[in-house]
Design a protein around this ligand. Sequence first.
Ligand code: AMP
Ligand code: ZN
Length: 114
Amino acid sequence: MDDCIFCKIANGEIPSSIFYETEDLVAFDDLNPPMPVHCLIVPKAHYANLAADVPGEVFAKLFAAVPVVAHMKGIDESGYRVVINTGKDAGQTVQHLHVHVLGGAPMSERMFKK
Ligand code: AMP
Ligand code: ZN
């Protein structure tokens, strides 16, 4: 995708804080973190979101990266939240599938409300 910011980050066209990379994905810090730790795991291949006919193996690799990233960020013991915003009502702003990993402090608010 020519005009996709996460494609550009994944292929090194624009700078980011990538701290973990495999053949299939990258992980980097979110620009605008609401929590002490907020990073994104992004497949190198472009899928608009969770519902865009994503092959199961892509999900398998994304989710397998979560505990690795959590360990690298030092939040594997304390716990973390994993979020995938999908579509308008969820507030998805970047139309390239990505997994948010959030932690580093207690999250008291439940997220299942308006
Ligand atoms: P979402 O709302 O689920 O689509 O999440 C998109 C996330 O990408 C937001 O949390 C943004 O802060 C983050 N973001 C947007 N541009 C960048 C960037 N260049 N580097 C790092 N994070 C970004
Ligand atoms: Zn993309």
